[in-house]
Write a protein that binds this ligand. Structure first.
Ligand code: ASP
Ligand code: MG
Length: 427
């Protein structure tokens, strides 16, 4: 069996779902199809949540907008007065009811209860449409089978119990196609959780691991994984195959191709991942696999924007590398701040992180009795893998470099944001 994953962009309208069905027609193997919320639904639901939590009535109107969007897809695919409309209506009613009656709890908890509906609606519609076109299709509620802890918005999968459930539910005894939700899971007491934004890729990898899939195919609106973001380098080129390690390094550095957690479950079972274009399904995309080589090694450019560079110095001028180091990193972990780059000297440490100001202010406050901390904001991190002198020149020309880090395969520059730097052409 194979796992297919369709992201929001591939199912943003009725046309997208028809296209999905066409792609499925070409597949003779058994399939688990993991689907994200339609288009920008997750963002829209985040707005509903914010309005609701702050007691604004406009959450109703915002939710109406989301409903109308889904309804128009249903009308387009199934016509008037169908059972499918009934199912969607019932599911929206459940959410409305929740918003009316629930005592507003903690943000992260409520986020998962509310925002997760996007995936429920998209999968109901996709599954019903596939049922019209194929035999042996079943919709599966992943919340009851992919169990997680209760770290809301960044839940950790409980692997052994989930594996048992996933294997028993996706058994292909009768069905040939299962449709299920990406991004979401559930706790053992039945609360919904989410795995982090853009987490559907990760779901696909988890299911592939648990079911020993032959491969995962992620259907995207790009021809594959490119060696740069085309918004930055318009003549970015497709990478035919890359290793798991390359993929992890790229996504860690900020490449938005694949969710960073996706690779480990695949690597552990040696399952290849194909990134394919849903616009040109017959064209080869990129394969991420164990023994891949970047055949002709070309530089890979990655840009991570909205960074902040924090310099931390022990106030008593003690060395940073001893106990101070564990104290500092422990504080980062406790506040859920992911570290993107570290550079240490004898008495100071520089750390580059995503600019989530509220969290960072709390972190700095927490450290302030023992450490002085200063930060530079409006920063970005530029990474070049397999660099050449031309490649370095290309990314650094005209930029103010605050920090540079170089290994044999990778060079990283922390530079000031500079809106005047236009798109550049690859050498
Ligand atoms: N719908 C979720 C999001 O937009 C999950 C995903 O797309 O992978 O973050
Ligand atoms: Mg999405």
């Amino acid at each position: 069996m194979k796992v297919y994953k369709f992201g929001g962009a591939s199912v943003k309208d009725a046309e997208g779902i028809r296209n999905l069905a066409t792609i499925v027609t070409e597949e003779s193997d058994n399939l688990v199809i993991v689907v994200s919320a339609f288009g920008k639904t997750t963002n829209a639901l985040e707005k509903v949540l914010k309005a609701w939590l702050s007691g604004e009535d406009k959450y109703n109107a915002l939710l109406d907008g989301v409903y109308i969007g889904h309804l128009s897809v249903v009308m387009d695919l199934f016509g008037q007065g169908t059972e499918v409309k009934g199912k969607i209506d019932v599911s929206f009613a459940l959410l409305r009811d929740y918003l009316l009656t629930s005592l507003k709890g903690e943000y992260d908890f409520e986020y998962d209860q509310v925002v997760s509906y996007g995936e429920i609606w998209s999968t109901i519609i996709v599954a019903e449409y596939l049922k019209k076109n194929f035999q042996y299709v079943e919709w599966c509620d992943i919340r009851e089978n992919l169990l997680t802890d209760d770290r809301y918005r960044d839940a950790n999968v409980l692997w052994s119990e989930s594996t048992k459930r996933i294997q028993s539910i996706f058994n292909f005894r009768k069905e040939r196609i299962y449709v299920t939700q990406g991004f979401i899971g559930g706790t053992s007491v039945g609360h919904t959780t989410t795995l982090g934004r853009e987490g559907s890729d990760y779901t696909a990898a988890i299911l592939a691991n648990m079911l020993d899939a032959e491969c995962v195919v992620v259907w995207k609106d790009v021809p594959g994984i490119l060696n740069a973001d085309p918004k930055w380098f318009p003549d970015a080129r497709k990478l035919d195959e890359i290793s798991y390690k390359e993929a992890v390094e790229m996504s860690f550095s900020g490449a938005k191709v694949i969710h960073p957690k996706t690779i480990k479950p695949l690597h552990n079972k040696n399952i290849p991942l194909y990134v394919q274009s849903f616009l040109n399904p017959e064209e080869n995309g990129t394969v991420i696999k164990f023994d891949a080589t970047l055949r002709k090694i070309m530089p890979v450019f990655i840009r991570k924007e909205d960074q902040i560079l924090i310099s931390i110095l022990p106030k008593d001028f003690s060395f940073v590398m001893g106990d101070n180091l564990s104290r500092i990193f422990h504080t980062f972990i406790t506040h859920g701040i992911k570290v993107n780059l570290v550079e240490a000297s004898a008495v100071s440490i520089d750390v580059c992180v995503d600019d989530e100001r509220a969290k960072i202010d709390i972190l700095i406050n927490d450290l302030k009795t023992e450490f002085a901390a200063v930060y530079n904001d409006k920063i970005e991190m530029l990474t070049v893998r397999h660099y050449t002198p031309e490649a370095i020149e290309l990314v650094t020309r005209g930029r103010e470099i605050l920090l540079e880090q170089r290994t044999r395969s990778t060079v990283r520059f922390v530079v000031r944001e500079d809106p005047s730097v236009a798109a550049r052409h690859l050498p």
